[in-house]
Design a protein around this ligand. Structure first.
Ligand SMILES: Nc1ncnc2c1ncn2[C@@H]1O[C@H](COP(=O)(O)OP(=O)(O)OP(=O)(O)O)[C@@H](O)[C@H]1O
Ligand SMILES: [Mg+2]
Ligand SMILES: [Zn+2]
Length: 152
């Protein structure tokens, strides 16, 4: 059952609830989903509420949008414990876990200024996902900590 902490904001009729996001990481979740505020998505965010599993957690509720598995899998890089709840007519009709993808394309930018993906070339970024980080497929730069810093 949902407790009051998680329903600080009113229920949504249709959309996606991203639950069990590591406390404070919801801003990165918004970046990954391309939600910048001006694009019209209606979003409610609960930050740093107590959680048995995580100590504290964030919750992101996006109305009228059901996330694809590919979008969800990219979230695993910064919110590995996330639960994706699809909401229809106010009820959770499906619950999905995030899974680490083999690679992520076009989501992260390479920190190497000499990398072809960061120069003025029409090359999309591509990172191989490692157990403990990501590796640029073009220049082999590896980032282990702060992968969230690479989000465009
Ligand atoms: N209609 C809704 N609008 C907004 N948030 C909702 C709605 N229904 C459920 N939620 C939220 O979605 C999350 C999952 O709901 P659920 O009822 O499955 O809770 P749960 O049993 O605690 O799930 P879990 O075991 O994954 O923690 C909770 O954070 C809950 O507050
Ligand atoms: Mg719960
Ligand atoms: Zn690179």
């Amino acid at each position: 059952m949902s407790d009051d902490q998680e329903l600080r904001v009113s229920k949504i009729r249709n959309g996606t609830v991203i639950d069990h996001v590591n406390g404070g990481a919801s801003m990165h979740v918004l970046s990954i989903l391309g939600i910048e505020g001006g694009d019209g998505d209606t979003v409610s965010i609960v930050m740093n509420v107590p959680s048995d599993r995580l100590g504290k957690k964030d919750i992101v509720k996006v109305e009228d949008r059901e996330l694809s598995q590919a979008e969800v899998d990219v979230l695993s890089l910064i919110a590995p414990a996330a639960t994706i709840n699809i909401i229809r007519d106010f009820e959770v009709i499906e619950k999905r876990r995030v899974a680490r993808p083999d690679e992520v394309v076009g989501v992260l930018s390479c920190p190497n200024p000499q990398c072809i993906t960061t120069e003025d070339e029409p090359v999309e970024s591509r990172f191989e996902v490692l157990e403990d980080g990501v590796r640029c497929c073009y220049c082999d730069t590896i980032v282990r900590d702060d992968v969230a810093e690479l989000i465009d």
